[in-house]
Design a protein around this ligand. Structure first.
Ligand code: GLU
Length: 368
């Protein structure tokens, strides 16, 4: 029996109720780790956490340092877990792409089937961290902890936040209470769920928030405290059901674009995506996902041609609800609920690997 299995026995009744099943793995059967500590594997992808400031000015380059240097900066993490690591890529996350997502998910799923891996940490740039987190949330069936972490200040900056965030990520990934919560994000002392977390500041160390449901918990003094479960279904009455998307056979994802709403918005971005044969369009609409009339006409036309159209909102919080000011059923649109446009795009890409039918896609948005 491995680390979590033994701990589970010791604290039976301590685990939160959840419905995400660990299909690939049986954590309780993991082999014991050498020092009785969990085995945590770090996959490094770059970002400011691996960035280096050159000279006195604010300029810096993301993705400059290798993972060994980041681990070396936080020697105390080795008291929490047996740490292993590998460099998947070393980029600023503005350059994150589907190829890397698929490479990551294949590697994560492979690692999590192993009895000698108890949890995974992914170091990542903060710009698109939320998208990678949600993509993995929808494609990793294991209940073992998967934790994304980044930083707002380069590794060699005064007051660099990377080392503390990385230490916290090890705390989170090592905790049995982190199991079966979906993919998590550890930033600046907070733990967020992948679905709701979003970057809310371009520069502040407190760069992330979960605008609809708040953080899941907090890391303090080397311990993680959870305030609530990861339940965010629309009705808030039942525990989270989490359908996974199997991307094991895929080397690319369906093309989905986002069009941004504003006063007097042109139809041009919509027609350009239609002409480029995109299979889906997410609207970052105004208010409750509303659309300038010319954009509405272009999206209705796109939907009538079989392109999946999802209405989300440019507003930071609150759901985009079905049929409030717009008759979604009439136009064949899907309402995104509390998913922001960039998360709605991720889900729509995965949904389109199964179906193009708006009713079926709406169910996935209600469900995921
Ligand atoms: N743009 C870079 C990235 O997302 C740096 C931002 C960051 O990591 O905070 O990787």
């Amino acid at each position: 029996m491995g680390y979590f299995g033994r701990l589970k026995q010791a604290v039976s009744g301590f685990f939160p109720a959840h419905t995400r099943e660990d299909k690939n793995t049986k954590t309780a059967e993991n082999t014991a780790s050498p020092r009785g500590l969990p085995n945590i594997h770090i996959l490094a992808t770059g970002g400011t956490i691996a960035g280096r400031q050159t000279g006195a000015g604010p300029h810096y380059q993301a993705g400059e340092q290798g993972i060994e240097a980041l681990i070396g900066a936080v020697p105390t993490m080795r008291g929490l877990a047996n740490i292993s690591s590998e460099q998947v890529t070393n980029i600023g996350s503005q350059d994150m792409d589907e190829k890397t997502w698929l490479k990551l998910v294949h590697r994560v799923n492979e690692l999590l089937t192993r009895a000698d891996v108890d949890g995974i940490i992914i170091t990542h740039g903060t710009d698109t961290l939320e998208e990678t987190a949600y993509f993995l949330d929808l494609t990793v069936p294991s209940g073992k902890p998967v934790v994304l972490v980044g930083a707002m200040r380069p590794a060699n900056a005064v007051g660099a936040d990377g080392p503390a965030n990385l230490f916290d990520a090890v705390v989170v990934a090592s905790s049995p209470d982190s199991a079966a919560r979906g993919v998590l994000v550890a930033m600046n002392g907070n733990v967020f769920e992948a679905r709701d977390v979003t970057k809310v500041s371009t520069t502040a160390v407190q760069a992330f928030a979960a605008p609809n449901f708040g953080p899941l918990g907090q890391v303090h003094d080397g311990r993680v405290f959870y305030w609530r479960s990861s339940d965010h279904r629309a009705d808030h009455t039942s525990a989270r059901q989490h359908p996974e998307f199997d991307v094991s056979g895929l080397d690319m994802l369906p093309a989905v674009g986002i069009v941004y709403g504003h006063a007097n918005a042109p139809a041009l971005p919509v027609t350009a995506l239609v002409e480029a044969q995109y299979r889906g369009i997410v609207s970052a609409g105004v208010g409750n996902g509303n659309l300038y009339h010319e954009v509405l006409a272009a999206l209705a036309d796109a939907a009538s041609r079989g392109i999946a159209v999802v209405r989300s909102s440019r507003v930071a919080a609150g759901p985009t609800m079905r049929g409030i000011e717009l008759d979604d059923a009439r136009y064949g649109f899907v309402a995104a609920g509390t998913l922001n446009p960039q998360k709605a795009r991720v889900l729509l890409q995965l949904a389109l690997t199964r179906t193009q039918e708006p009713g079926e896609i709406q169910k996935m948005f209600d469900y995921c």
